[in-house]
Write a protein that binds this ligand. Structure first.
Ligand SMILES: Nc1ncnc2c1ncn2[C@@H]1O[C@H](COP(=O)(O)OP(=O)(O)OP(=O)(O)O)[C@@H](O)[C@H]1O
Ligand SMILES: [Mg+2]
Length: 337
C-alpha cells in the first residue's frame, strides 16, 4: 500500500498480512501513517494505491459498505441527535439479519458491551467510555469480517483506558473477530495484541509478537519507541567481542558476529540491570552515581549517571539505592542493533 497527500507521503510500500481472528496492532508516533493504513483497508482513502484482500476476496475496487468491515474512530462519532438504540441500529442499515429483527440484534449488542440499560438515552447522556462502547457496538452490528479501531481509547483517562482495553480484548476473543487496532501507546499495543506492527514515517519497522518486539527490536527506532531502553553507541573492539563506549569496553552478547570497528548500538533494558548486591556476579559492571529515584509502587526507577551518560535501571529493593553504586548486567541480556 502507498499513499500520498499533496506531496506528503503517508505510506511507503507497506505490505501487511493479518491472520483470521488475529488481534493486530499498528503502533507508532503521530503522523506515521496509522490512520491512513486503517482507512485504506476500509476503502475510505482515495489517495491510497495498492491492493486490499479480505478473506481471499479482492476488495480493492469495492466501496466501503461492500467490504464488510466495522470501524470505530478516534473521536466519538455517535450521531448526537439519535438515541443509543438508533445509533447501534444505524450499523445495520446495509445488513440482512436473516430472521432476527433489528431490535433483537441491538439488544444483543448492548448486552455484549455491557450497556443493556441505556438504549433510550442520547449520546450526550453517556460518559466518554460508554460512548466508545456504543461506537464499538455500532461497528459490530453488521457482523463485519474485520474490525478496525482507530485509537478508540485516546480521549479517555488512564484508568478507564486500562479497563476498557481489557473489555475490548475480551469481546474480540469472544467473537473471534479479526481486528486491526491503531494506537500511539506502545504499552497498550503490547498488552492487547497477538502481533504488533511498529510504524515510523510511513514505513513498517517491525512486525512481530509483543514479546519479540520487546526482546528483539529490529531497529534503534523500535528499541527506543517500545518500552524503556538504555542505548550505548560505540564501535566493535579489535577482538570483535566487545563494544567500546566512552573509553570502556562492554562485552557483546555471544554470537553477535560483528566486525572490528563496526558501529553498533547495545540496547540494555532497565530491568536487566542489577544494582550493587546482584551486580557482583554480572559479566559487565559499571561504577555509576544515582541522580534521581522515582517510586513506581512495585519498584523504583533509578536514574544513574555513568561516564557522563544517563542509565536507567529498575530496583525492586525495599529501600531505593543512593550515591555511588555498581550496576551490572549480563552481555546476553543486551541486544545489538
Ligand atoms: N487528508 C489528508 N490530507 C493531507 N495530508 C494528510 C491527510 N491525511 C493524512 N495526511 C498526512 O499523512 C501523514 C500520515 O497521517 P496519519 O493520519 O495516517 O497519521 P497517524 O499515524 O494516524 O497519526 P496520529 O497518531 O496523529 O493520528 C501525516 O503526515 C499527515 O499529515
Ligand atoms: Mg491517526
Amino acid at each position: 500500500m502507498r499513499a500520498e497527500f499533496d506531496g506528503v507521503t503517508a505510506l511507503r510500500d507497506v505490505s501487511l498480512s493479518i491472520d483470521e481472528g488475529e488481534f493486530f496492532t499498528l503502533v507508532g508516533p503521530s503522523g506515521c501513517g496509522k490512520t491512513t493504513m486503517l482507512r485504506s483497508i476500509a476503502g475510505l482513502t482515495d489517495e491510497a494505491e495498492g491492493r486490499v484482500a479480505i478473506d481471499g476476496r479482492d476488495v480493492t475496487s469495492a466501496p466501503p459498505e461492500a467490504r464488510n468491515v466495522g470501524m470505530v474512530f478516534q473521536n466519538y462519532a455517535l450521531f448526537p441527535h439519535m438515541s443509543v438504540h438508533e445509533n447501534v441500529a444505524y450499523g445495520l442499515r446495509f445488513h440482512d439479519l436473516d430472521g432476527r429483527t433489528d431490535d433483537e440484534r441491538v439488544a444483543e449488542l448492548l448486552d455484549l458491551v455491557d450497556l443493556a440499560g441505556v438504549a433510550d438515552r442520547s449520546p450526550e447522556q453517556l460518559s466518554g467510555g460508554q460512548q466508545q462502547r456504543i461506537a464499538l457496538a455500532r461497528a459490530l452490528a453488521p457482523e463485519p469480517d474485520v474490525l478496525l479501531l482507530d485509537e478508540p481509547l485516546s480521549a479517555l483517562d488512564a484508568r478507564l483506558r486500562k479497563r476498557l482495553r481489557v473489555q475490548i480484548k475480551t469481546i474480540q476473543q469472544e467473537l473471534d473477530i479479526t481486528t486491526v487496532y491503531v494506537t500511539h501507546d506502545q504499552a497498550e499495543a503490547l498488552a492487547l495484541s497477538d502481533r504488533v506492527a511498529v510504524m515510523q514515517d510511513g514505513r513498517v519497522e517491525q512486525v512481530a509478537a509483543p514479546e519479540s518486539v520487546y526482546r528483539n527490536p529490529a531497529s534503534r527506532f523500535v528499541a527506543e519507541f517500545v518500552g524503556d531502553n538504555n542505548l550505548f553507541d560505540g564501535t566493535v573492539t579489535d577482538d570483535g567481542a566487545g563494544v567500546a563506549v566512552d573509553g570502556a569496553a562492554l562485552p557483546l552478547p555471544a554470537g553477535s558476529d560483528r566486525r572490528p570497528s563496526e558501529s553498533v548500538t547495545l540496547a540494555v533494558r532497565p530491568e536487566v540491570i542489577e544494582i550493587d548486591d546482584g551486580a557482583a556476579s554480572a559479566d559487565t559492571t559499571l561504577a555509576a552515581t544515582v541522580e534521581t529515584v522515582e517510586f513506581l509502587g512495585d519498584a523504583y526507577r533509578v536514574h544513574c549517571r555513568w561516564r557522563g551518560r544517563r542509565i536507567e535501571c529498575k530496583s525492586t529493593a525495599s529501600a531505593p539505592p543512593a550515591g555511588e553504586v555498581t550496576l551490572g548486567f549480563d552481555a546476553d541480556d543486551a541486544q545489538v542493533l
